[in-house]
Design a protein around this ligand. Sequence first.
Ligand SMILES: O=C(O)[C@H](O)[C@@H](O)[C@H](O)[C@H](O)COP(=O)(O)O
Length: 622
Amino acid sequence: MSLNSVVESVTSRIIERSKTSRRRYLTLMERNREKGADRSRLTCGNLAHAVAASSAADKQELVFEQRPNLGIITTYNDMLSAHEPYGRYPEQMKVFAREVGATAQVAGGAPAMCDGVTQGQEGMDLSLFSRDVIAQSTAVGLSHAMYDGVALLGICDKIVPGLLMGALRFGHLPGMLIPSGPMTSGLPNKEKVRVRQLYVQGKIGKDELMKAEMASYHSEGTCTFYGTANTNQMMAEFLGLMMPDSSFIPVDTPLRQAMTRASVHRLVEISNKGKNPRPMAEVVNEKAIVNAIVGLMATGGSTNHTIHIPAVARAAGIIVNWEDFSELSAVVPTLCKVYPSGPSDVNKFNEVGGLPTVISELAGAGLLHRDAPTISENGLDDYAKRALMGNDKNVVYTPAKPSSDLEILRGAKEPFHPVGGIQLLQGNLGRGVYKSSAVADNLLTIEAPARVFQSQTAVKEAQKAGELHRDVVVIVIGQGPRGNGMPELHNLIPSLGVELDQGFKIALVTDGRLSGASGKVPAVVHVGPEAQVGGPLAKVRDGDVIRVCARTGKLEALVDEKEWAARTPTKPHRATAGTGRELFALMREAAPSAEEGASPMLFMMDRELEEIGDDVEKGTEV
Ligand SMILES: O=C(O)[C@H](O)[C@@H](O)[C@H](O)[C@H](O)COP(=O)(O)O
């Protein structure tokens, strides 16, 4: 099947738009390879420091035999259930590296926060910007210039994008993400939501709620809904930066262990001192980025990736925008119904076919660039294969089978929807993204009077007071990157869900974010320009009739044009202090829009790189 013409034209447009920035990026990476971070340029003193803590055998290999050395960036902590297994990984990875004549060192650590722990709390205001901190921490670790390849240990929301943004600035190095797998299924996600709504309605107490939460989040491993963490896994496979079919092998199983071993062996092979070097700068190209967007649409992934994919791309000199997402969404069918888009979790999704089936279907329909380079030997085609345990305890691959459950996963010829799971909505209120895969068909158009809020607490109080017991479009402003750092407002969903279940027409419109776990309630998020910089959402007044229509792609205030033009935007209140938020003032000040990736770090980086232009030598000489 030949490549879909829209996929082709969007890719060409991205290549054209990114011509200058991509060329400069690749030149800088080439310069890194020739003159930058490389062991061969370290002095004896530098080297002695670097190996002082290594075993005698590793010292010999590292200093005198110049064997491949892998740098591990770990985001281990035992606060994130998904990251807890990483505590054991570096020691195991060192053993796996020695098996193939290589060494591995922990190059550095990066922070990793759990959005589940901070959801609805002040700490959530640090979440999006923590992605830049992770990118910078990754760069700090890799600045040690000891490595021939990079292993990135991270799973959750901002962590994978942050690791990639940092590592891509060392794109002359081959790199790979190594996941640790989902936890076993606990209380079904749908049941968890039902219990939460009962609590909001005062029908059960805190003890019962706590019991349900702990039955849902019950062990190590990634949360089982298809939220941001699991969408990260999908993205990493579609980018060709993770071993094929490594996303959803359950945590702490023999196959998971075999996959980690295979990952390390493969990373040595593609390392700069290996048989077949594949630098990250070459793997993450325009085609790979388009593949990731196609994957997002087909799986109905997290809305957060409409921010993360532009940011990751930008770190590799590639500029994508929401028009690209929207055009791809129009031709990519929705193939998956995984919670919050359907009742099943990622374990079930994996059982019935998982990502190999999705990739095989999309590639067969001409919707993926099969010639995009990947870390795997035979490119993207390898990702259409199922990983199994072989007799010798090594991972073996077999071709993907068609879905065994059409309620969860479908083929490209009989999809759930002919278009993708995320839509772009725009109009006189600006533009934002909408996760249609999770919304019931009868709610795709909502026209109702607005209630404007400046915090999620205020919304919850209004709901408790019965003020949202009617058709209403809830507008929450001041939640963008420049306002308060763009928190997820997922805590609103149980309150709004209760009203929705009563049969009211409810929608949420905000310049903030939602969680990958949010669905059900029609919501336009990341609306820009944000209210903090005078965007149109700041002009909405209580009672204005708002139209949110995913069918026509409209986001409008039905207000007389003259009156609208004459209105002064409200300046939202900002909570900028407490829980360390004051430390992030610099980030709020420099943050670009969500569509541009919302990364102050990349925004300022681009400004400096623009001054250097094509004269890389000028910008790098010391
Ligand atoms: O974007 C995401 O996927 C989230 O940030 C995710 O981490 C979520 O917020 C929590 O885990 C809470 O999930 P529930 O409250 O729905 O259980």
